[in-house]
Design a protein around this ligand. Structure first.
Ligand SMILES: [Zn+2]
Length: 164
């Protein structure tokens, strides 16, 4: 067995909703790796299993496949949704919560994996990374302490309109 030490500097930075960042396997290409964040572009592999993540991140399709395998996590599941595509459904959210036994966080990404909006530990909507000045954003303070405005989950299509 060879242990490969890889550091990808190309790709988007991954921002974990938890601080400090737990050991995270990202099951999608195009993200920067750090000591605690590893990228597995082919999805869940033996290599990913050997990494022993306490948190995984990926598209809903990847996570659905993994949900059948009885993998137990300690920290979080981060679900990537993409601009112009459907938001995380309640059915998937429930499935991931039941299967992995950890909180589920949605992250809304642009085409280059750049983070546009993220769900926080208060699970009270998604904080936008940039204030678009849009009136539909919720500017009330959030229990997590992040001052960035939020929009409601499943109203991601409105974010696309704001970005247009
Ligand atoms: Zn918050």
């Amino acid at each position: 067995m060879t242990l490969k030490i890889r550091r990808r500097v190309s790709g988007a930075p991954f921002i974990h909703p938890m601080d400090p960042t737990p050991r995270t396997a990202i099951l999608a290409p195009g993200f920067q790796e750090t000591k605690l964040v590893r990228v597995f572009p082919a999805g869940w592999t033996e290599e990913a299993a050997r990494f022993h993540p306490s948190s995984i991140a990926g598209r809903a399709e990847q996570l659905r496949l993994l949900a059948k395998r009885g993998l137990e996590l300690k920290h979080a599941v981060v679900v990537f949704t993409y601009q112009g595509q459907a938001a995380l459904s309640d059915d998937d959210r429930d499935l991931f919560w039941d299967s992995f036994g950890v909180p589920v966080f949605e992250q809304h990404l642009g085409a280059g994996n750049e983070l546009l909006a993220m769900e926080c530990e208060a699970h009270a909507g998604l904080h936008v990374m940039r204030d678009f000045g849009a009136s539909r954003l919720d500017r009330n303070s959030c229990a997590c302490g992040n001052p960035a405005p939020r929009f409601q989950r499943r109203r991601i299509d409105e974010l696309a309109e704001m970005l247009a």
